[in-house]
Design a protein around this ligand. Sequence first.
Ligand SMILES: [Zn+2]
Length: 378
Amino acid sequence: MASGLSPWRRCVSIPFGSRMCALAFVVIGFSAAAPLRAAPAPTSAAPGRYEFDDSHFHLTNYIQEGIDVHKFLGIMGKRVGRSTLFGIPLQQQWSHRISGDNAPTYYLDTDARLYYYSFTDATIAMAYKSLTKAEQARFDPMITGFNPTDMYAADHIRRVLLTFPGVFSGIGEFSIHKEFVSSKVAGDVASLTDPALDRLLDFAAEVGLVVLIHNDVDRPFPRRSDPPMFLTQFKDLLRRHPNNSIIWAHVGVGRVIQPVGHHLDMLESILEDPICHHVYFDISWDEVAKYVISSPEATRRTADLINKYPDRFLFGTDNVAPADSASYFKVYDMYQPLWSLLTKDASEKIRKGNYERIFDEGRRNARAWEAKQMKRGK
Ligand SMILES: [Zn+2]
């Protein structure tokens, strides 16, 4: 951390009971808005009047339980236009040998492994299919139930598209490096250099699916003098896949993976890199919001960056099976200080316009690819 240079440096509480100094975002820059087609007519229930579209929403949790999609529609109400829809690709095993009768519901509840749970895609598809056509138009389901270390992951994605045509717009949120999760997953540890990841991204590009990827920019509790461990590998991955539409979840931040020194500068280096015109950032998660609103300076610098690159940021909640409206809208409301500093154009785009442009294109691409496969007899 280069002290004195980042506006996001401050002390924050973390759930492990200690206090740590954190830097607020610094950016990496890549510029030039990706050329995308105009969005079709609005498909939400209240065109233009809603407050946001949700680019990051989990209907189910780490034990594949969640809320009914109809109940979620009720929570969205008139405040939300559209939402992504996905589960979580990992299932937390309940090992009686380890936790006895204490059934874990979260990955921190036990030392037992997590494993890839492909049935999540069928669950999401069937939830979507239980909706009316008008209700379906408000959702963009995503495929997540693949193992990104498996060369066959791309084949799983293809199979899901063909089994549930007319449903999915993209893949993700899937994780490569995620604090406390990556090392708990049964089998190989995911890697940004894995050919299996390249293969699945190549297939996503072939179809034109939106890609939502979680990858912490650093490991937990790094030595201050070290550069972020996964930044170079991640940039290399982005550059190897210029034909994908890639959203970097949580701008690379985690619960204890705090914004690294010059995080906003780092983001800007991506935003201004013409090779990375296809890369977007979601500011989902209350952990991210916490950093952005940590000081007036942090909020202002974040707003400056978004105002400079209004086509490249999306809002999402990262809610997991919310119990009620209050918990669902908490993150959006936390961001009020940020919303008030954005230009009208940037505010509209980060909350709605970018979602509709990017996911409309993913939808169109997926339907066109599926139609082509059907014609060929798969
Ligand atoms: Zn998430």
